[in-house]
Design a protein around this ligand. Structure first.
Ligand code: PHE
Length: 452
């Protein structure tokens, strides 16, 4: 319990569940499968693995170290570690701003997911004809009232957990939900793999097609690796400040990374064999989950309805534990002696819901769809900023701080728990990655992204 407020995770297991809960989200189940399919399946996977383990995981360790060493929120953490360089606090601020924007767009998509869960439960989805799912999705997402209702519901749940506190709210909910999520996902995988014609889906996902792996695909892999591990915007600094003092940061980060990666791959296994077995289009893109999967579920008959309920429940739970981490980062920052946790969480929720509702109204043919910023609808602008631009910028600044400005002795001391854990040669390897490889890779990606 490193923070001044005395809040923290009670155990390493609790910390792993909470941080894995943050990492595993819409990014794994909704986004990973379709971009993996789009950029060459196995070929994309190879590049993605490298980014996840050599850059994403390294960033996670660094953020945990910054968080636990300082015991502060991201904005105060940097200047606390280098009091002579107060300007670094703007990196923390940029991260928090990114969290705010991600949370807004995350709420919109989570709201859709919750609505689909509801429609599976009540049987509405089962009554829709296969050819009408596209229209159904667009009509729903562009309407004014219903998406907002589900955004509000989802945010209320998130806020309640945050009000519960770090240990009694976040940790408890994550310890409960994460195992349920894994079981639900495994059930879906088994069903998907046992459908006739499932092997085509597995081939699509794993067979490397290097011709489809473009430069754009490589950028997408890096962006996805950062987004999926929740690194680059300070969320892991926040969770790092709650890590138990004796937690082994290296081990914890490896566990979370492996878990996040495995769940992304399992999601692909749950989705693509079913999509192929039902003769659907695997390149459905972002609409895959809302327009293609319901067709798959309906074609499975009565049991399909159960799978539909299970799937959208799974997605809602995964989204919830991620949204929790985003709101926690904002709440921790706002809380102080005067503003307690409850007041801060409610205030932040009220602020972010305004942006989320505006983004929802601007989506598709929504009532604000003609309002454009820089030629883009608000929803698309937020998607672009949070998906490709802001996280790599913040990530680059974080590794630069870590590799070049933080004291090496502090880092080794923190990684080795004051000399009680052996870090051996790893520290040399790690330091090399964090000083040279990660900044160079992030810089290249950013520059090519900006040129595009
Ligand atoms: N990692 C989450 C996901 O994959 C998204 C997220 C990003 C959560 C950044 C927190 C911070 O869906």
């Amino acid at each position: 319990m490193a923070t001044k407020s005395g809040e923290g995770f009670s155990s390493s297991f609790g910390a792993i569940m909470a941080a894995a809960g943050s990492a595993v989200g819409l990014g794994n189940i909704w986004r990973f499968p379709y971009i993996c399919g789009k950029y060459g399946g196995g070929a994309f996977l190879l590049v993605y693995i490298c980014f996840v383990f050599f850059i994403g995981m390294i960033l996670m360790m660094s953020e945990f170290v910054i968080g636990r060493r300082s015991g502060e929120d991201p904005m105060k953490a940097y200047p606390k570690l280098r009091p002579d360089r107060p300007g670094w606090r703007f990196v923390g601020l940029a991260g928090l701003l990114t969290c705010f924007l991600i949370l807004a767009i995350y709420l919109v998509i989570s709201g859709w997911t919750l609505n689909y869960f509801w429609e599976s439960l009540t049987g509405t989805l089962a009554e829709i004809a296969d050819s009408d799912f596209g229209t159904h999705f667009n009509a729903f997402a562009s309407s004014a009232f219903r998406p907002v209702l589900f955004i509000a519901l989802f945010l209320a749940l998130t806020t309640l957990v945050i009000i519960g506190g770090v240990e009694k709210g976040i940790e408890r909910v994550s310890k409960l939900l994460m195992p349920i999520l894994v079981v639900l996902l495994l059930v879906l995988c088994v069903r998907s793999l046992t459908l006739d014609g499932a092997s085509a889906g597995i081939a699509y996902l794993f067979q490397p097609d290097f011709s489809k792996l473009t430069g754009e695909g490589i950028l997408a892999a890096l962006g996805q690796a950062l987004f999926s591990l929740s690194v680059g915007m300070g969320v892991m600094i926040v969770y790092g400040s709650y890590l138990p003092v004796d937690d082994n940061i290296l081990k914890t980060s490896v566990w979370i990374t492996v878990c996040d990666f495995a769940i992304a791959v399992l999601s692909g296994i749950a989705i693509f064999p079913a999509v192929f077995a039902c003769g659907q289009d695997p390149t459905g893109g972002p609409g895959l989950v809302y327009q293609v999967l319901p067709v798959v579920f309906n074609s499975l008959g009565g049991i399909g309805r159960i799978f539909s309920i299970v799937f959208f429940l799974l997605l809602s739970l995964a989204a919830l534990t991620s949204a929790i981490s985003l709101l926690e980062a904002l709440t921790q920052w706002l809380s102080n002696e005067k503003n307690g946790r409850t007041k801060s969480a409610v205030l932040m929720s009220l602020l972010v819901v305004v942006l989320a509702v505006a983004a929802s109204f601007s989506f598709g043919d929504g009532i604000w769809s003609s309002f454009k910023v820089g030629g883009m609808q608000l929803f698309d602008l937020l998607d672009k900023l949070t998906g490709t631009i802001l996280p790599p910028v913040c990530a680059l600044l974080t590794v630069l701080f870590f590799g070049w400005f933080m004291k090496k002795e502090d880092i080794i001391d923190e990684l080795s728990n004051h000399g009680t854990v052996k870090v051996g040669y790893f520290k040399v390897f790690y330091y090399f990655l964090v000083r040279f490889v990660a900044p160079a890779a992030l810089l290249i990606v950013l520059i090519s992204g900006l040129i595009n």
